[in-house]
Design a protein around this ligand. Sequence first.
Ligand SMILES: Cc1cc2nc3c(=O)[nH]c(=O)nc-3n(C[C@H](O)[C@H](O)[C@H](O)COP(=O)(O)OP(=O)(O)OC[C@H]3O[C@@H](n4cnc5c(N)ncnc54)[C@H](O)[C@@H]3O)c2cc1C
Length: 470
Amino acid sequence: MNDDALAALSEILGDGELLLDEADRARYASDGSGLKGDLPLAVLRPATTERLSQAMAVCARFQIAMITQGGRTGLSGGACVAGPAVVLSTERMQGVVEIDEDAMAMTVWAGTPLERVHDAAREKGLDFPVDIGARGSATVGGLIATNAGGIRVLRHGMMRQNVLGLEVVLADGRILSRLGKLVKDNSGLDLKQIFIGSEGALGVVTMAVLQLKPHAGKAMVVLLALPDFPAALSCLSRARTMFGDRLTAFEGMWPDYWDFVCGEARLARRPVSGTHGFYVLVEIADTDPADIENWFMALSEEGLVEDGILAQSIAEARALWAVREAVGEVDEALGPHINFDLGVASSRLGEFCEACDRCLADVDGAGRALKVGHVGDGNVHLLVAHDGRTETIHDIERAIYGLVAEWGGAITAEHGIGRLKRAWLSCSRSSEEIALMGLLKQALDPAGLLNPGIYPVPEPGADETGRHAC
Ligand SMILES: Cc1cc2nc3c(=O)[nH]c(=O)nc-3n(C[C@H](O)[C@H](O)[C@H](O)COP(=O)(O)OP(=O)(O)OC[C@H]3O[C@@H](n4cnc5c(N)ncnc54)[C@H](O)[C@@H]3O)c2cc1C
């Protein structure tokens, strides 16, 4: 890095806030996507918004690219270093600043892991409802930047629906602070929404006000073995009618995933025996177990359910969740694979998955496909094994993203575009939408220094090479 830039950064950043040693920097090259990242020029990890703002102003002055990182659990490569860039890490911006119990609002630093937010809310008898498997490492800032979804979207929405206020530092170091606890605010555009889901390409989130919820009460966990996917949709609709807001999760597992995780890969214990066409894990809060049993009996009488189990203890509930959460451990057991995170209308999710299977059967080098997902949100995580060849990977992506375009779906329902999916954006978004994203990027970060490449900056005669048409 330029000596003048380094001198300016050293003046701003305190002890331990600037890492230059190669071994230290190497730890920040990549994220959870499996993409190999480049060695960052330096790692900047200020503990205050002011120092981050000053450091970013220096980077802007010297035209240094900046990649923001939280817990580095992202699955799309958005936090991976690509090319000469410094890393902006929020790992020293941790902690709960305030909990306002009456407003049910928590002000928290962006680098705080999600699990700490859950614990702090529970200590006050409240809940923060967004939850994902990577809760121990994923940070508030990362969750906001990716608009994370997870297992309770059905009831509480995604991150976007659970943020009241934000503090953001723009590419040139300007601080945009709106840390209010306002539930209703129609005084102009809701600017925070521009940053939520922008994957660090428009600004760095330093602090947030999160909307907490009343504690949901004891959760009952049920596993259902069903004849097929349509039966899952019927069970979901009956559960919504019977339990309303108390239905907090409805997660689906296709037999390919179930048999791999509970059988061959031995990642979880098989909770029900026999072979079934589909499996769902249902979580219902604050409900009399007798109501759940009645619901189950009614489903069985209609032929919608073949088998099932209601967890009788926390340990049993954990064991049932372990089957669903084993998707986080599949990587090694499955070998080289692509991790798709696709969205279509929930009513068509079953047919869409069948179409994926059919079209993968025609791709040379494609191996087995495992499917697991959030049934009520129309979101499937499709893991496709392959022979490791670049052409195979491309052919699989072309086939699946081509289907997504045909079905009017999303190439990423919750993990984000990152570096892995940006070339396929046109399969989900029109050229007008992509151009508008580019204009926003240009307005907020004209030199394209923040997480370069996630959003294309439209330039006259811009080279579109590398972007795939669906
Ligand atoms: C086991 C496992 C389970 C998962 N389950 C889910 C799931 O159910 N649902 C889901 O949505 N995701 C899931 N994920 C993906 C991942 O955990 C989320 O994307 C999470 O939100 C990333 O948070 P992070 O702090 O690790 O961010 P990082 O990986 O560090 O960064 C992710 C993106 O956000 C940007 N970013 C990070 N911090 C900031 C900030 N403060 N300001 C601006 N930009 C920032 C980065 O530049 C990058 O583009 C899972 C991952 C794993 C490993």
